[in-house]
Design a protein around this ligand. Structure first.
Ligand code: ADP
Ligand code: MG
Length: 353
């Protein structure tokens, strides 16, 4: 174990300065990780709200056990602290207590996009109008471009989904959990990986079936998210009529019937900008194509959201969306849902190795 002073020297050597919090400070800030302070629990650990002695609000993530060396962990924290973009949640620092690792993030005021769209106690109040939704689509694209195209080494998020998009006080989107995949190196590989983790409904076919991981996996999940933002519903909703349960399948059949605007959230009462809505839907369909190489890059996505989509591309390219039915896809695997909505899929019949 590195001594406190050595760790700080290590931080100082790099140009960024993550704050090294003492475990006790975070314990006090979160009222001993009291359940009433719990903001949620994802695949990597539970998140608690904390208020530091100087009054700063923070979010503290207690990471699940990782087998990573302390020095590698600190390296990743340095990398994550150096990532600064208005559409990515800021990492303030970390803490180490025995084998327990904690990451401290800036606190983001307005919960997450899943709650804003469908997880609220009072669903009848429309929280996000069209302008806000379009702004959110554009903001997430900016954040992903930064991760995929500007950072060195680039970061593939791997778990783009509504609950990982936080909303600040002005309802601007901030992507959370970026970089967490990097803290668990046994799970990441740019070629293939035998252990697939992610969230059901957002996984691209090549990742779910072959473990093939590229940034096009995030593009696929982003496409699913766009459809969720436009429709105001989850990508899998068992309470709906059979033909609507899987958002992607429903979108595909509406596309065939030339009725894509039926997707649009009724709560918006038609208060939308038709051409923006059309662009979001068109871009979404390009992003969820089965063939990863046909999916656009995130900078192409942004250009199309802002300037329009070549319609020929859409009709040509969406033909292959559902070559692979969702049900077939899940049939390949032993699907193990965990207790916070994520699925861990283990390759059974289709092991690439
Ligand atoms: N920095 C943060 N500020 C405010 N809330 C946060 C922050 N980070 C996470 N949260 C909240 O905690 C929830 C749980 O986060 P997480 O553990 O990543 O689970 P998941 O993303 O699977 O829902 C998020 O959905 C969000 O509502
Ligand atoms: Mg999360």
């Amino acid at each position: 174990m590195l001594a406190f002073r050595e760790i700080q020297k290590e931080f100082a050597k790099q140009q960024v300065q993550p704050i090294l919090y003492s475990y006790n400070v975070l314990k006090v800030a979160t009222k001993d990780f009291h359940p009433s302070n719990k903001l949620g629990e994802g695949g990597f650990g539970a998140v608690y709200k904390g208020i530091l002695l100087d009054g700063t609000h923070v979010a503290v993530k207690l990471l699940n056990k990782s087998h990573q060396q302390v020095s590698e962990f600190l390296n990743e924290i340095v990398l994550m602290t150096g990532v600064r973009h208005k559409n990515l949640v800021k990492v303030k620092g970390c803490s180490l207590q025995g084998t327990q690792r904690l990451i401290v993030f800036e606190f983001v005021e307005n919960k997450n996009l899943a709650e804003a769209l469908w997880d609220r106690p009072i669903k009848s109040v429309l929280l996000l109008d069209w302008t806000m939704r379009f702004n959110i689509c554009v903001g997430i694209a900016h954040g992903l471009i930064y991760l995929h195209e500007y950072l060195q080494p680039r970061i593939i998020h791997r778990d783009i989904k509504a609950s990982n998009i936080l909303l600040d006080k002005d309802l601007n989107p901030k992507i959370a959990d970026f970089g967490l995949a990097r803290l668990f190196p046994e799970d990441i590989s740019h070629l293939s990986t035998a252990h697939i983790a992610g969230t059901m409904g957002y996984l691209s076919p090549e990742y779910a079936t072959l473990g093939k991981l590229t940034e096009k996996m995030d593009v696929f999940s982003y496409g699913v998210l766009l459809l969720e933002i436009v429709s105001g519903r989850k990508n899998i909703d068992l309470s709906l009529e059979t033909n609507k349960i899987y958002l992607l399948e429903w979108a595909h059949s509406l596309h065939e019937q030339d009725k894509l605007f039926d997707l649009i959230d009724q709560q918006l009462n038609n208060n939308i900008l038709d051409d923006e809505a059309q662009r979001v839907i068109d871009v979404a369909l390009l992003c969820v194509q089965t063939s990863a190489s046909r999916r656009p890059s995130m900078s192409h996505v942004l250009a199309m959201l802002l300037n329009g989509v070549d319609m020929e591309d859409v009709s040509k390219e969406t033909n292959n969306i559902h070559e692979m039915e969702i049900s077939n896809l899940l049939g390949f695997h032993h699907v193990v849902p965990n207790n916070h909505g994520n699925v861990e899929i283990e390759l059974s019949t289709l092991d690439p190795n």
